[in-house]
Ligand binder design. Sequence first.
Ligand code: PLP
Length: 493
Amino acid sequence: MATYMVQPVKLVDVKAGQFSNGLNGHSATNGVNGTHGTNGIHEMKNGLNGYAEEKPEQATNPVEDEDLEIIEDVADPHCVAENPVKISFQDITSAAFLIKSGIQCTPCQRSHLSDMTGMELYLKKEFLQFTGSFKERGARYALLMLSEEEKRQGVISASLGNHAQGLSYHATRLGIPVTVVMPIAAPIMKIQKCRSYGANVIVKGESMSEAKKIAMSIGKRRNLVYINGYDHPHIMAGQGTIGLEIVEQMGMPDAVVVPVGGGGLIAGVATAVKAISPQTKIIGVESDKCPSFTRALEHGGPILTPNMATLADGLAVPTVGYNAFATAVPLLDKMVVVREEWIALAILRLVEQEKCVVEGAGAAGLAAIFSGHLNEFKGKKVCLLLCGGNIDTTIFGRCLERGLAAEGRLLRFCVTVSDRPGGISELCRELAALGVSIKDIMHERAWIRDIFSVEVKVVCETSDWAHSEQLRKVLTEKYSHVVFNDVPMAIAN
Ligand SMILES: Cc1ncc(COP(=O)(O)O)c(C=O)c1O
């Protein structure tokens, strides 16, 4: 029988006098439900909400197979379709105050890509958070807002990765037992990271929906609070703190471009930014492989949207959050859906031009600019959220190649040359003379009609789009049979 370990409850004693200043329940900082107003005092006094930042001991309390059985009617009381909760600006300022000591205020710097894109581009570098994404903000705030009893019992969530990592890291630092259920498709690197941050990790569920049901069922049986990674009001408020920092760091932007998964990030950021700078446009971006928010807008509310495999795995949420949708929609100016090639190209450009390693979700904003969807902001001040950097190394390698191909810098072609001695070397000389670098070359004779010919397949790298065009021209003029297999996207430089 498979067993899974649950962290034991091990909290370090709350310091004497912690509750003595009578600030219980001060409403301005209570967040959404206003019931846990003492939390800020913990954070203020100890920087750690009253708990020493230490790792819980090894697990003692195994989860048995029967714990994993799904309870069909289990529901999350914080995310109810019929009664969506909207967050307010005050929720976000409360969150900012509470999480300040445990979260990085990440840089928001003018980008080298400004000239290339024709915009005053600023990059908010959230991938520099300790666990590699902005998800820590919401996770820490939601944890700090738990009651003492809830902290003792522990929390549970289901996530493909970034929320799980943020929650695992901060729960462990705060001495709160944490369990995360990750679907079997979750990247191995993210599973290992959660374990290293001290979480009890259960890898189970064919999909996110199944993992979520399992997590909520365990939560119900074990009396653990389920923390939805995009729709819990405290999560949204925590993510909104990015918006406050953006305005403080770059003044009033003309637009803020926000990648959208379940919608918590855009809901929080839009609430913060619009309250201070109502004229700033809020733009949401999704991959065309998982356009759940766009479908929800068309439908008039969250609706199940089957997702396909995407480079932007952080955005692959089949149904957007009810609270997130209700909060974000009135503040949203535009939604953009981008093709994967643009995301791959954006990842490549961010590495080459900015030395930033970001995951697909984090590059979606730049992809929206490259795809021409935001041309109305040429000459304007635009902020892009580089919200995550947790990319699998093999996927990263593939992205770079795809980006090169999309830009027309990696080409694949097939050319028929004479089979007499020197035919192939002549082709190679031609490529060398053009400054084209051969990555791969292969030739075959057996299936060629003309017995005196050979077919040569080449994968090669050029310096840019114009260089590729020059290669095409030279080859088609010289050889009667040349076929380029990929049609690269024309990228304005
Ligand atoms: C890197 C990254 N960017 C953006 C998002 C989207 O956030 P939300 O689900 O709150 O819309 C996620 C969600 O996991 C993410 O991991």
